[in-house]
Design a protein around this ligand. Structure first.
Ligand code: 6R9
Length: 640
């Protein structure tokens, strides 16, 4: 069976795009017809960007897991839903068919229920990349609990903040996680995160690494024991909770320009339709294809294109526990060869890092099963694009450069593999239903070209089905962050270029958000963490170009006190950041300074710090408004 809404030609794309803009109700109503509903919608779309209030498939009732599992059982029961490759290549892989997955999700949904989890409760999931992570996610969705997955690299403090913000009462975790040569003691991190926590009632712990853990009586239980209990009770199926189209499906925290991560909320129906639609169209998924998305489920890419998109489409999703460079830099290529992967979806930072190992790791690896390649997370430079095209795709695989965000739920701008044209380092055209616009600082549409291209801040004019609905517990924040910068527009925080044909090239963030190895990190968050160090008086963090990570973190720090030498202070600051946020936020460079360039009103002039970090010390622009221009000279001379 193919997908009736799969776009097959440029003409069809143009037609679909036109209809999606002229008559979104008709367009998305038709696509909605290919899903399983418990009750049909009364209205396809109702919205305003002022409150904002966005409702898709209003009045409909559904459960996303019936679309990801139950509806496939008739024809795909024995088709692999998830193929799992462990961290250690010597360990056996697992194949989980749709039938198996259905059973396991129902079982664990019953475990959640028997532990008191109810519809609307928040369940925090902190696990490594094992199938049980996908099972836990789907089990929450099955009973209408709101999952909040936290990436396994975040610190106890970050988890504690997120648990508090979501008022989560339940946690699902593992004893530990394998990632390359490392064992990460997840349960012990959770124990630290729970010191002083008053809301969490139950922690369910899945066995993976068999590392020693402390199990607190009355609070902590083992996944395996709980599954046995529900089995003994003869509980096999678990009815899918009837969810309203607009009920929250999950919360996912992401960084913004303020110090505090935001809990992005997605709604059941729109998210389901849009992730499925984009999965099928961008990757031109065909029944039986093996789709390998290398992201972690702790990020939005894993939510949408490992779990919900592929499974709602009856696809086969390959899930990998480890990292691309362990035990050696040929790991991705081994996996592609071993499972005859058809679609590879990864990040530019991974491509650049693997490029650095040369062609040796590709020797003897058969990549001929590959049909389509994808990238996501950050702008891809042309060199990496061509290497990917030549050495991985052997010039036979279209590359889709997919631009989107945690807040957008699914891909908004991308070429469609083999259907619309690719252009190296350009995300190209908007998906049907997506209406981008470039505006200047005043919110006016950019109509004049600069060097042959339109250049501006990227906004979207109207909602698509998986638009962010709110930031958990604070709707005002959602409004302020995304819908207030420019009237009646969703502001992405990205800058972009547009050519005469309507292709978009994303140039990067225009706010104080860094993109380090495809991970979003707010400069304010890193500054807050650095400032926690007892010896730090003040700090300022900016990004700078980094060959592999895309952006590196450059921290200017004012230090007071006599403890240790510079090298030791540096190590202590890195340790502090790892404790407060996690290793992903560690600065690459720390420069100790005696002052920061500030305006008379006390604002740090980041523009200057950014230029110095980028090595552009000659042309710093206007510094006359600075309180003490001498500081700039000192910083320039001390640059590392
Ligand atoms: C899916 C995801 C979102 C930010 C986004 C932008 C950058 C993502 C990109 C890209 C250029 C692409 N970004 N894809 N930039 N080209 N194809 O990455 O979500 O973690 O929320 O990050 O990533 O700056 O605003 P998220």
């Amino acid at each position: 069976m193919s997908y009736p809404y799969q776009i097959k030609s440029l003409e069809q794309y143009k037609e679909a795009y036109k209809q999606s803009v002229d008559n979104p109700d008709l367009f998305w109503g038709n696509i909605g017809g290919y899903f399983q509903w418990k009750r049909r919608w009364e209205k396809v779309l109702e919205w305003n960007f002022t409150e904002p209030k966005i409702e898709w498939y209003k009045g409909a009732k559904l459960n996303i897991t019936e679309n990801c599992l139950d509806r496939h059982l008739k024809t795909l029961a024995n088709t692999p839903a998830i193929i799992w490759e462990p961290n250690d290549p010597e360990e056996h892989h697992r194949v989980i068919t749709y039938k198996d997955l259905y059973t396991k999700v129902c079982q664990f949904a019953n475990v959640l229920k028997s532990n008191g989890v109810k519809k609307g409760d928040r369940v925090c999931i902190y696990m490594g990349m094992i199938p049980e992570l996908a099972i836990a996610v789907l089990a929450c969705a099955r009973i209408g609990a709101i999952h909040s997955v936290i990436f396994g690299g975040f610190s106890a403090q970050s988890i504690a903040d997120r648990l508090y913000d979501a008022q989560a009462e339940y946690i699902v975790t593992c004893d530990g996680a394998y990632r390359g040569a490392k064992d990460i003691p997840l349960k012990s991190v959770i124990d630290d995160a729970l010191i002083g926590n008053r809301t969490v009632k139950r922690v369910i712990v899945c066995t993976r690494t068999r590392t020693a853990v402390s199990m607190i009586k009355g609070r902590d239980v083992w996944w395996e024991d709980e599954v046995k209990k529900v089995e003994t009770l003869g509980l096999v199926d678990c009815p899918a909770e009837e969810m309203d189209a607009e009920d929250p499906l999950f919360i996912l925290y992401t960084s913004g320009s303020t110090g505090k991560p935001k809990g992005v909320v997605h709604a059941c129906a729109g998210y389901m339709v849009y992730t499925n639609y984009t999965f099928v169209n961008v990757f031109q998924y065909q029944r039986g294809d093996i789709h390998f998305c290398t992201a972690d489920i702790g990020w939005i890419t894993g939510h949408s294109y490992i779990v919900y998109g592929p499974l709602s489409a009856g696809g086969t999703s390959l899930m990998f526990e480890g990292i691309p460079t362990w035990p050696d830099a040929g790991r991705f290529w081994d996996i592609i060869d071993k499972f005859k992967v058809n679609i590879l979806y990864t990040a530019p930072t991974a491509i650049r890092s693997l490029m650095g190992f040369g062609l040796g790791p590709l020797q003897g690896k058969n990549l001929s099963s590959l049909k389509i390649l994808g990238t996501v997370g950050e702008p891809i430079n042309e060199e990496a694009w061509h290497w990917y095209d030549e050495h991985i795709g052997k010039k036979k695989c279209p590359i889709v450069d997919t631009w989107w965000q945690t807040e957008t739920g699914g891909i908004l701008i991308s070429n469609l593999a083999g259907v619309t044209l690719a252009k190296p380092s350009w995300a190209t055209l908007p998906m049907p239903g997506v209406q981008p616009i470039l505006v200047d600082e005043n919110g006016k549409e950019v109509t004049e070209k600069e060097d042959g291209l339109y250049k501006g801040n990227l906004c979207i004019k109207a909602p698509w089905p998986s638009t962010i609905r709110t930031t958990y517990g604070d709707h005002e924040r959602c409004k302020k962050n995304y819908f207030s910068t420019y009237e009646n527009l969703y502001f992405t925080g990205d800058g972009a270029l547009k050519d005469e044909e309507g292709n978009y090239r994303i140039t990067g963030r225009v706010d104080d958000v860094l993109n380090v190895s495809g991970h979003r990190i707010g400069t304010a968050e890193v500054e807050n963490a650095i400032n926690m160090h007892a010896g730090v008086v003040e700090s300022a963090v900016v990004g700078y170009p980094h060959d592999i990570k895309g952006q590196g973190i450059y921290a200017y720090v004012i230090f007071q006190g006599s403890h240790g030498d510079e090298a030791m202070r540096r190590k202590d600051i890195l340790q502090t950041v790892t404790r407060i946020i996690g290793a992903i936020a560690k600065p690459d460079k720390i420069q100790f300074v005696s002052g920061l360039p500030k305006t008379r009103s006390g604002k740090i002039m980041r523009r200057i710090l950014r230029k110095i970090a980028e090595g552009e010390t000659q042309n710093l622009g206007d510094t006359t408004t600075l309180l003490d221009p001498g500081v700039v000279e000192e910083i320039k001379n001390g640059k590392i």
